[in-house]
Design a protein around this ligand. Sequence first.
Ligand code: PBG
Length: 333
Amino acid sequence: MYPSHRPRRLRRNAAVRRLVGETTVEPRQLVLPMFVKEGAAEPTPIPSMPGVVQHSRNSLRKAAVDAVDAGVGGLMLFGVPERRDATGSGATDTDGILNVALRDVAAEVGDATVLMADTCLDEFTDHGHCGVLDEHGTVDNDRTLRLYGQMALAQATSGAHMVAPSGMMDGQVGVIRDSLDAAGFTDTSILAYSAKYASAFYGPFRDAVDSQLIGDRKTYQQDPSNGREALRETDLDLAEGADMVMVKPALSYLDVIREASEVADVPVAAYQVSGEYSMIEAAVGNGWLDRQRTVLESLTSIRRAGADIVLTYWAAEAARWLRQEQGTAERGT
Ligand code: PBG
């Protein structure tokens, strides 16, 4: 008795596996999130994200060039200001750290990559929320929208090709689109964090941006138990003019990525967030996981779920590995 079907035939060696592999990860599909700290003379390591730093303006420029040389598709900048206030005024200030850094990187790499900026107030507010608070301490949606419009404009003026509203305020994409268009930035695109969950996996990000959040984000970010709501958010963002949509986090939300990729008629991105990075790095640090294999498997899974683009802190490194693998496969070694 022999089995009549032998799926193992298509796995028997590297050449056949290469021929039939369905999902690819290419450097151009990876976007590197980067942090830049105001006033820093040297890059500062982020303890909960081994291998990731808060850049100085100088080290950011160098790392941006490195990442572009490695072949990544884009850079996503986050600013860490020296001073914070209730309205996050550093975000709309054209001399605020994020806008200064955008100009630095734009001058360095120009149009060789897609330069993106996080459009959200949480890095700039002293209470750590993504918007301004009303008298009850709740995030005031509509007052926040006005600031997002100004913030996006400051970023576009500073050289961002793409702005990425991540605050989950209702109407944020529409307001930003209007604000950009009214100022003539009709070619600046919007990457909408459409389905962004109130996730524990953002934990290490607080370290990365020195943020002390008072309370939680559950009144604006989505409940992890909800899938359908992600589709509603995606639809709304598309109706408001989003050029791309994003699901965040990635690995615990592969079903959401799949569903969003089935309904969206624009590219879908997924953000492999700080906690996803730190989990793997911690296990690798203990000698429990193989770093390169685990990282590439996680990226492949996110792509397989339907993401066209992946934001990942491993973007530059993974891009180098992928280029090496490609070379090796082509030589058949
Ligand atoms: C908000 C923002 C956050 C992240 C990206 N943009 C923090 C949050 O929503 O709490 C998290 C990214 C990560 O964890 O890697 N500006």
